[in-house]
Design a protein around this ligand. Sequence first.
Ligand code: ZN
Length: 485
Amino acid sequence: MKKLLIIALALLCITSAAMAAETTYTGVCDPITVNTAGEHTVILDGVFIDDLDTTAIGIKAPATKLTIILKNNTHSILYAAPESAAIENNGQTIVIRCESADNANHECDDNCGSLYAYGRSGGAGIGSGYCTDMTGSVIIEGGNLEIAASYNGAGIGSGELAHMVGSVTINGGNLTVNGGNSAAGIGGGARGDLNGSVTVNGGNLYIKSGWDGAGIGGGAGSDLTGRVVINGGNVRASAGHWEGEGGTYDNGSGIGGGASGDLTGHVVINGGKVTADSRADVSAGIGGYNMAGNILIAGGEVIALGFDNCAAIGGVNSTSGKITVSGGKVYAVVSEGNRIVGIGSAWEDMSGTITITGGELFACAPGFNALGVGDGSEITGKIIVDPAVGMIKSEIGDCDYVYADEVVHYQASNVAPLEGSPYAARKDITHLLKNKSFAHFWVVIPEVTPDLPVTGDPVNVALFALLAGISLMSAAVILLSKRRA
Ligand SMILES: [Zn+2]
């Protein structure tokens, strides 16, 4: 009886092949598998595929490319078999698009075709299945997509215990992507790294990991070793959260490592609107448990958020890599908590380099350091702020506005002297400028013998421990010169 019903439903699937390599599917269909060589096109005209033995749409060698077109005003639903992805690329290229994706300035709306793709039990929504690395390419050019995985598979990327080695490129469309438990939204499945690349050039993306995965990056316990490049679009990458009898699981980063995972690769933001948020402790908005890679923000509007024991941008435990802001509008905000930092290392070992050479930056970590290290331990790296930067808002205790043209440099005590400084030969100097009426302050770390030459009248001023650590709160301040005599 059940068999008869299945057969009856299967008959509802209507296929029509306009050309050998282009086939339209309508209704309840069997899985679509491409086995032959060359480029293929599949048009989904409202299909439903749910087969418990295999992936809903799969591409197998020697095919080189499969383009999936979502017909206007239709909705298609794809379920994967357990341990499979709903759409599997298996090392080849899969393109998903709406009918209008080629039109200049097209923005997807409700008329564009929609797709729901769901990976079951260790498989990704789109990408690879259980224990299989995701290789090849996934390119999304349009459509209204909702992509999800049940558990341990990434929304887009690899399945459980597997890495995302290939590439994901998003050029347009409206996407909601939800990773399965312990997996990234886009990136690695549970215990899977993002070794490949994720590039966003356009579209509206809401991406969320399962608990302990990164929004974009590694799954639980895994790293972002590859590359995330955002050139445009609206992107929200959020770390997921789960709370139950076994505890709370929510330590993934917005963009970067999953719980306990590091960022050793590259995050580059050139444009678009990007929000990367981790909403729990021991995580980063953009970064990871350790941040040994590169984070470069050269344009766009970037909001990086953290909560407790975290860096909005950087590493929780250490930052030995490079964080550079050369353009755009950047907000690096930790709303509350202990051992927190806006940009840098939340706990210790800030041996990396933070360079601010352009754009606008608001960095805030109430009670702790906006830039530097959260717990006040020694900074062995560098923080360099170009005076040309528009504005920096920094907070230690009370919120103070610091204008970048007032900030000459801040540099840790035990690194090479600042080039060009009249006191370049001196170590153990941190010099800051707070007030516009002064050229600069020299802040001397108390442990250091204060034998600075004084070129102007010493003036007692209230100490504004701006970008420096809390240890500097008690430092002596010597005003060396006024901006204009
Ligand atoms: Zn569209």
